[in-house]
Design a protein around this ligand. Structure first.
Ligand SMILES: C[S@@+](CC[C@H](N)C(=O)[O-])C[C@H]1O[C@@H](n2cnc3c(N)ncnc32)[C@H](O)[C@@H]1O
Length: 207
């Protein structure tokens, strides 16, 4: 099994929907809102997002094999998926999206600032950046009650181990809080998923 196929299996384990849920809850409510999921991987957020029919999704990733996995999802057959070149400007006009999501992406990048600047350029007035990042914390004991004892949830324990270091580093760096301050934008963050992840929002002004 190649890496992208394995990652799709991770995304399809029951625990992963609980992990992504806070991002779905933070998406805009207005009908017709356009959402870009950057670093969509095998497309799980967008698949779950089909349950929110007021949204129009676009997915993007640098990895062709990941995008091929996303294309296999029947619910995404109509969803535009774009392959990106690392370091290049994103292939979208200014002010195109009401939300740009990054789930477990920014904390992997040595310097996420150019990608954040691109996301900011593509946001409409009142639009928001939403980032979900593993916290690297210990979590709360009731996590298993939420995710359940399913055979494919073993990947949850692997994920916790593999993301802890980068997650703690991301929490210390305060990259999105600094980005919001530099742009005079509102910023919020919240621990989610039994404190195992943090969701952050940077909200563009209504102008
Ligand atoms: C850990 S996976 C997360 C996938 C998905 N967002 C999720 O939550 O399951 C990180 C993804 O980010 C992608 N990625 C890494 N660098 C990127 C970049 N500069 N621009 C867009 N995607 C990137 C990788 O190819 C990979 O699919």
């Amino acid at each position: 099994m190649n890496g992208a196929r394995f990652f799709r299996r991770v995304q399809d384990a029951p625990w992963y929907a609980h992990f992504l849920q806070p991002v779905l809850a933070a998406l805009p409510a207005q009908p017709g809102a356009a959402v870009l999921d950057v670093g969509t991987g095998a497309g799980k957020l967008m698949e779950l997002g089909q349950a929110l029919p007021h949204l129009h999704w676009t997915g993007a990733d640098t990895d062709a094999a990941m995008l091929a996995e996303a294309r296999q999802r029947p619910l995404l057959h109509q969803t535009p998926l774009h392959q990106l070149t690392p370091g290049d400007p994103l292939p979208f006009p200014d002010a195109q999206f009401d939300a740009v999501t990054f789930c477990s992406v920014l904390f992997l990048l040595p310097d996420p600032t150019p990608l954040l600047a691109e996301a900011w350029r593509m946001l409409r007035p009142n639009g928001r950046l939403i980032a979900l990042t593993p916290s690297g914390g210990a979590g709360t004991p009731d996590i298993m009650g939420t995710i359940g004892w399913h055979p494919s949830n073993w990947t949850f324990f692997l994920w916790r181990q593999m993301t802890a270091g980068n997650g703690r580093r991301w929490a210390q760096q305060k990259t999105l809080a600094d980005f919001a301050r530099q742009h005079g934008a509102a910023y919020e963050k919240k621990l989610v998923f039994h404190d195992l992840a943090v969701v952050e929002w940077v909200q563009r002004a209504n102008t």
